[in-house]
Design a binder for this molecule. Structure first.
Ligand code: SAH
Length: 226
């Protein structure tokens, strides 16, 4: 049995009923119906207030199983994709995880709620500032930096698992280097319009990989933006 979830304060958006267990239970049920099996992961998605990770005008849609815009042309992933990636990573019982593409900060918050030590890199400063505010308000301690995540975060590695939340044309070799043997890297790999969600396992000889399904992510880009 893994450690209990971190206590996440529940903040309501006045009058919207978004803290209501009912809308969240409905999402949890949908995740089960669509093949998510890890109840700890489902519990984390039920507990972390996704409505605080999107703009207030979109808050009423936060518990739908859909990606939503978060500004700067980026999106918060669909809950099913977050669940699928988190499930793949948690199956290896990681202590320390690196995420590339903090975005709204939601995926990192889900991992932190599962008591994982999270390190995350984001290339858009504006998004990272907002994400940090959200983590602070929820009492979550997440290590983050404003940088091009394709270089990973060498000083803080190696990591038990790595999660890339933007689509690239290939798996980035630097990230595999920062992964421990036995660890997994989950990343969408393919064209700009569609990618395979790859789960790459590192072993003594090299890597093996399987696809967890077809997904659509915003692109993994180079360089920094304010
Ligand atoms: N995990 C995020 C999803 C964000 S969308 C969430 O839970 O909300 C993908 C994010 O990856 C965007 O914020 C984008 O700016 C970021 N990104 C794209 N290329 C990157 C790179 N090379 N390094 C770091 N972040 C990158």
């Amino acid at each position: 049995m893994s450690a209990p979830l971190k206590i996440i304060p529940q903040v309501d958006v006045a009058g919207t009923g978004l803290t209501s267990q009912r809308v969240r239970d409905r999402l949890a049920e949908r995740l089960r119906e669509t093949g998510i099996k890890d109840e700890q992961v489902i519990h984390a998605i039920r507990t972390v207030p996704r409505h605080l990770f999107v703009d207030e005008v979109l808050a009423s849609r936060a518990y739908e199983d859909t990606a939503l815009p978060i500004g700067a042309g980026q999106t918060i992933s669909q809950p099913w994709v977050v669940a699928k990636m988190t499930e793949a990573v948690m199956a290896t019982q990681p202590k320390k995880v690196l995420e590339i593409g903090a975005g709204s900060g939601y995926q990192a918050a889900i991992l932190a709620a599962l008591n994982v030590e999270v390190h995350t890199v984001e290339r858009i400063g504006e998004l990272l500032r907002l994400a940090r505010k959200r983590w602070r308000s929820l009492g979550l301690e997440i290590r983050s930096k404003h940088d091009d995540g394709r270089a990973g975060w060498k000083e803080n590695g190696p990591f038990d698992a790595i999660m890339v939340t933007a689509g690239g044309q290939a798996v980035v070799p630097e990230l595999i280097e920062q992964l421990k043997v036995g660890g997994v890297l989950v990343a969408p790999v393919g064209s700009a319009s569609t990618q395979q969600l790859l789960c790459v396992t590192k072993n003594e000889e090299g890597t093996t990989q399987e696809s967890l399904g077809q997904v659509v992510f915003v692109p993994l880009l180079s360089g920094l933006q304010d």
